[in-house]
Design a binder for this molecule. Structure first.
Ligand SMILES: [Zn+2]
Length: 254
């Protein structure tokens, strides 16, 4: 597969990218037309069937046992009910972030316009990272890239440092806290970018915090996803929520 070789980066074995967006869209009945606060941050019951929950858990290779233990849930299908509390769990956060990544309309790389917040290097890195998937839209390219790269998703107890982390050797995504909607989607992209991107450095403004030494690392990808959503949305509430996220992250790209 020449495309994989052409765009191989770093010294890791290349991930075999396998699209799952289409299948999951079909199973779940989802379309990528959401780009509002209602969708991305408020709606938390997008899962209508056990099969849909199963599909997304399969996409992320979720270690179900670790989540049920950490979250004290009887089974994943409690998320189909009306109990809000079950969404304030690691599994609820992961599935909410996964849904928002799957369905938020981010357009195509051609429709993104340059801004101070999106370095051209990031766009070409996103293109290089996802080109072999032939996914027409940014959200499907990112969803397929994230789910192809993850070998396992586990739950763990919270730490002060990170809501989630990614172990590059085993390609294990570890979820330690609740991810919120589309902010969680951008965090998923951040974590997966660690697979071939650089790690973090200490921030120049705060030695206790982590930053990126360059524009197209994990924070650069996270920032780009938030900014692309902000460019696409016509919902002022969603735009304000995204801007709030963006302001927190932009200083971490040094
Ligand atoms: Zn990171």
């Amino acid at each position: 597969m020449p495309l994989f070789i052409a765009f191989a980066a770093g010294c890791q074995a290349e991930v075999e990218l396998a699209p799952s967006w289409d299948t999951t869209a079909w199973i779940c009945g989802w379309t990528a037309e959401v780009n509002s606060a209602e969708g991305a941050f408020l709606e938390r019951r997008p899962y209508r069937t056990p099969a849909c929950i199963d599909a997304v858990m399969k996409d992320f290779d979720v270690d179900e046992h670790s989540f049920l233990v950490a979250d004290q849930l009887a089974n994943p299908y409690v998320l189909l009910g009306n109990d809000d509390a079950v969404w304030n769990t690691r599994l609820g956060g992961l599935l909410w972030a996964a849904w928002a990544l799957h369905t938020t309309d981010l357009g195509t790389l051609e429709t993104v316009w340059q801004s101070d917040l999106i370095d051209p290097t990031v766009l070409s890195s996103i293109e290089e990272t996802t080109v072999s998937l032939h996914s027409p839209n940014i959200q499907s390219a990112l969803y397929d890239w994230v789910t192809s790269t993850v070998s396992q998703t586990q739950a763990a107890g919270p730490t002060r440092e990170a809501m989630a982390s990614f172990h590059t050797g085993t390609r294990t995504l570890v979820v330690r806290d609740v991810m919120y909607g589309f902010a969680g989607s951008a965090l998923l992209v951040h974590e997966i970018r660690h697979d071939v991107g650089a790690g973090h450095i200490r921030c120049s403004f705060d030695a206790a915090s982590y930053c990126d030494d360059g524009p197209d690392g994990s924070y650069g990808f996270q920032l780009a996803v938030l900014e692309i959503a902000r460019q696409r949305t016509t919902d002022p509430i969603f735009a304000a929520q995204l801007l709030h996220q963006i302001e927190g992250i932009s200083q971490r790209v040094q």
